[in-house]
Each structure stands twice: as structure tokens, then as C-alpha cells.
Design a protein around this ligand. Structure first.
Ligand code: NAD
Ligand code: MG
Length: 476
């Protein structure tokens, strides 16, 4: 093996302000009853900026702005005019993609290779895709003249900050809704950069409002009587609270929650490809992925070979500076999340599973966890049942296809699954039986704006992406 020279992406392209306000009615405004808190770079623990934790009066103001914009400026605009704004947003995202990718990696900890090559292209693609729908809603299968719902309150997580913003905003705006969006408390900066992009695109004031803050701000938004629609991505626990709080109201809800996906490898699978798919399935984005392939189900006859090869491959992953273009595994997003990953991993060992971690040096500062594999895992172990949301893979084995299906479906979640086999007929047989919103065949963690995404059971309800994603924002 040869040594890599560092290839750091320059951060001089981003201009982080020391302090940000809330984005309400087209302007950055000071809070009325919110307080300020700091956001840090998880790779260095350096303070990046101060942002507002919006209070009830701030949320109220944002909802009022969104309501006025909906009534007077946005829902009355012909679809082809809304489309122009969405195309403009998409193009500006593309133009500023290098800056946004660097900012995302600084605030979130994800490798620049991913923010540059995965997150940002998908963000732009999502706006382009829904721009195309804005003037064709009458042909989407929801009647000749489907109407928007009104004001959407949207709460998103920290694992794909700008991509989740795109998944929420693009279909909502295309359908003629206005939005109040709350980014996650640890990753507010790209949403605030997007607020600037709204200004740059001359988006009418109040169509997009961004209120930063933590769970309390999210709860205030979701419970606000002035919104017509709640869209949430995050933990199942908070999803449950939201479902309870909107019950009995007329608010429409979509929930995209956790997962514990099975990645099923049969003995006839192309092994080299399967190894790459397993690595991408669970170590992409440090495993902070709701649809991550966190349970590897491998056919018993090939388990030893596959595990040897997998560990050899994991030993080549480079962990470290998210801005280094060689980096495969970046920082864990927060110290809270790191503690949760450590806790569940320790429990895995205590319950009798065998732990192996890739040999790599962890930086002194920041939040880090090495790529880790647990073998000897049983279905009863907590690491096989609970979402770790980190770079931790639990390996189980099976003998027959029927056993693979039974084990794969033995989870309260149902967001995604993967199947690796040479046989097309087996892929279809498995796909029919796996209780998961997305089933990938001989690949994993592939996304496209035209493809619907969403879960069964405790993974939530509603679909995002594709024609299906329009339904969540139309009065149908
Ligand atoms: P979380 O559900 O608490 O946070 C997600 C978003 O919801 C954030 O913006 C947060 O501020 C907001 N929020 C928190 N409480 C709220 C409330 N009562 N009402 C409205 N909004 C609220 O998730 P977390 O604490 O950041 O992570 C905990 C676990 O959740 C993770 O370990 C992981 O298992 C899971 N998770 C899943 C996803 C996903 O994409 N499905 C994303 C993040 C976290
Ligand atoms: Mg942060």
C-alpha cells in the first residue's frame, strides 16, 4: 500500500457569518422571543456560528408570512410561473454547489466526496424534477385541477441537511404550497445558505421561511394551528409524538422515520460487487442513513469468505478530515449521537456478539467512531433490532431463501432492503416478500428524484419523490 498525500478542499469558498437571524417573509430578522445558540464543526469542535432557537412568537410570525404569501402570491400563480422559480433555484444550487458542499461537510462532518458527488447533485436534481411537475399537476392522476393544501410545516434531520430540505421544499412549492421549514439544531447552516438562494432567485417573500432551533421549536411549528400540513423526517419516537399531536386536527401528515434494513447476500452473488454494496450500505455517511443496510444477512455457505473479504476492504477505508478528498468516513455528527453509538455497541458486546473495528487512528478532537462489524449476532440482540444510526454493521446468517425473508422482515421497521444474487427470478421473489418501501437489487443506497421513497410499519407513512410525492402536498 502507498501513502496518500492530503488533498484538502479549500474552505475559503464559504463565507460563514458570525451570527444568523431567522428567514421570515424574505428577510433575515432578529428573533422576538428566541435565544441564540452555537453550531459547531463536529470534526474539530470549532464553533462555526451563532443561530437562533426560534420561540413561539417567531414561529407565529413565520407561519403568518407563509399564510399571506400563499393567499396573495403563490397559490394564485400559474404552475408554469412557479416552475420558473423552481428551475432558477435548481440552477443557483448547481452554480453554488462547490460552496454548498464545503459548507455541508463543515457543519455535518460528512466527507466532501459525498457532499460534492451525492448530496449536491441530488439536491439540484430534486428541484429540477419537481419544477417539471409544476405546470403538469392536472396530468399527475389527482384530478384535472388539484389544489395545494396551504401552509406546510416541515421538520428535517441532520444526516442530509440540504438534501432533506430539497425533498421537502421542491414538491411543496411545485404544488403551490408555502413553507415554514425547521432544520436540525446541529446542521442549520446550509438551510440558511439556501435562504440566501431564495433571495437571489427573487422568490416572492414568505413562500419559504426558515426557522432554526431544536426540538422545542419543531414542536411549536408542528402544533401551530395555522399550518395545514406536517412533513417530518427523523426518529420514530418524535414521529409518534407528532402523530399524536396532530390527531383530531385537519392537518395532513407524512412521516419518514427510522429503519433497520436487511442487506441479503445469497451464495450466487457477485462477491466483489456485494462487498462494495455492503460498505456503501452501512458506511456511507457514517451510517447516519435511515435506509442504511445495518443488518447484513449472508448465506451461511459463503459467510466466512465474505467476512474475510469485507474486513480486508474495511481496513482500506480512510477516516478523518471531512474536507480531504481522500476521506471515506467522516465525523459523527454530534457528541450525543456518538454516545448513542458507543452505548449500543457496548450493549452488543455485553449481549454476546463479537465486535471488530477497522484499524484506523481516530483524530484527537471531534466526534469519531471507527467502521465496526458485529458477528455472532442473533435476532434478539439490541444491535439487531434498534437503529444505531452509525457506522456499525450487525451480521446474521441464513440457509434458505424463506429463512432470509423471515429474518429480514423480523423488525418493527420497513424502509428499505437489499438483495444480492445472480438470479433475476430470485430478486423478484424476494422483492414481493420483503416488507420494505424500497428494495434494491445488486446495489444499495441509490436515489433518484423520480423514484418514490418511504416506509412501512414504524418507518412511517407517505411517500417522497416521484409522482407519488406530489400527493402529500395536494388536496386529494
Ligand atoms: P430527532 O427525531 O429528535 O430530530 C429530528 C428533527 O426533529 C430535528 O430537527 C429536531 O430538532 C426535531 N424535533 C425533535 N423533537 C421534536 C418534537 N417533539 N417535535 C417536532 N420536532 C422535533 O432525531 P435525533 O435526536 O437527532 O436523532 C435520534 C435518533 O433518531 C437517531 O439515533 C436515529 O436513530 C434517528 N434519526 C433518524 C433519521 C432519519 O432520517 N430517519 C434522522 C435523524 C435521526
Ligand atoms: Mg453543526
Amino acid at each position: 500500500m502507498f501513502e496518500y498525500a492530503p488533498a484538502p478542499e479549500s474552505r475559503s469558498i464559504v463565507d460563514i457569518r458570525p451570527s444568523y437571524g431567522l428567514f421570515v417573509d424574505g428577510d433575515f430578522v432578529d428573533p422576538e422571543d428566541g435565544v441564540r445558540f452555537k453550531t459547531v464543526n463536529p470534526a474539530t469542535e470549532e464553533v462555526l456560528a451563532e443561530v437562533v432557537a426560534a420561540g413561539p412568537r417567531d414561529v407565529d410570525r413565520a407561519v403568518a408570512a407563509a399564510r399571506a404569501a400563499h393567499e396573495t402570491r403563490w397559490s394564485t400563480l400559474p404552475g408554469r410561473e412557479r416552475a420558473k422559480y423552481l428551475y432558477r433555484l435548481a440552477r443557483i444550487v448547481q452554480e453554488r454547489s462547490r460552496e454548498l458542499a464545503v459548507l455541508e461537510s463543515i457543519d455535518n462532518g460528512k466527507p466532501i466526496r459525498e457532499s460534492r458527488d451525492v448530496d449536491l447533485p441530488l439536491v439540484a436534481a430534486h428541484f429540477f424534477y419537481y419544477a417539471g411537475w409544476a405546470d403538469k399537476l392536472g396530468y399527475a392522476g389527482f384530478g384535472p385541477d388539484p389544489r395545494p393544501l396551504g401552509v406546510a410545516g416541515q421538520v428535517i434531520p441532520w444526516n442530509f441537511p440540504l438534501l432533506m430540505l430539497a425533498w421537502k421544499l421542491a414538491p411543496a412549492l411545485a404544488c403551490g404550497n408555502t413553507v415554514v421549514l425547521k432544520p436540525a439544531e446541529t446542521t442549520p447552516l446550509t438551510a440558511l445558505a439556501f435562504a440566501e438562494i431564495c433571495q437571489q432567485a427573487d422568490l416572492p417573500p414568505g413562500v419559504v421561511n426558515i426557522v432554526t432551533g431544536a426540538g422545542e421549536t419543531g414542536r411549536t411549528l408542528v402544533e401551530h394551528p395555522g399550518i395545514d400540513k406536517v412533513a417530518f423526517t427523523g426518529s420514530t419516537e418524535v414521529g409518534r409524538q407528532i402523530a399524536r399531536s396532530v390527531a383530531g386536527t385537519t392537518k395532513k401528515v407524512t412521516l419518514e422515520l427510522g429503519g433497520k434494513a436487511a442487506n441479503v447476500v445469497f451464495d450466487d452473488a457477485p462477491l466483489d460487487q456485494a462487498i462494495e454494496g455492503i460498505v456503501n450500505g452501512i458506511f456511507f455517511n457514517q451510517g447516519h442513513v435511515c435506509c442504511a443496510g445495518s443488518r447484513l444477512l449472508v448465506q451461511e455457505s459463503i459467510a466466512d469468505d465474505l467476512l474475510d473479504q469485507l474486513k480486508r476492504r474495511l481496513a482500506t477505508l480512510r477516516l478523518g478530515d471531512p474536507l480531504d478528498k481522500n476521506t471515506d468516513v467522516g465525523a459523527i455528527n454530534s457528541s450525543e449521537q456518538l454516545q448513542r453509538i458507543r452505548l449500543l455497541s457496548d450493549i452488543g458486546e455485553q449481549e454476546g456478539a463479537e465486535r471488530w473495528s477497522a484499524p484506523c487512528e481516530l483524530p484527537d478532537r471531534g466526534f469519531w467512531f471507527p467502521p465496526t462489524v458485529f458477528t455472532g449476532v442473533t435476532q434478539a440482540h439490541r444491535i439487531a433490532r434498534e437503529e444505531v444510526f452509525g457506522p456499525v454493521l450487525s451480521v446474521l446468517t441464513f440457509r434458505t431463501p424463506a429463512e432470509a425473508v423471515e429474518k429480514a422482515n423480523n423488525t418493527p421497521y420497513g424502509l428499505s432492503a437489499g438483495v444480492w444474487t445472480d438470479k433475476g427470478s430470485r430478486i423478484l421473489w424476494m422483492a414481493q416478500r420483503l416488507r420494505a418501501g424500497v428494495v434494491w437489487a445488486n446495489t444499495f443506497n441509490r436515489f433518484d428524484p423520480s423514484s418514490p421513497f418511504g416506509g412501512y410499519k414504524e418507518s412511517g407513512y407517505g411517500r417522497e419523490g416521484g409522482r407519488h410525492g406530489l400527493e402529500a402536498y395536494l388536496d386529494v
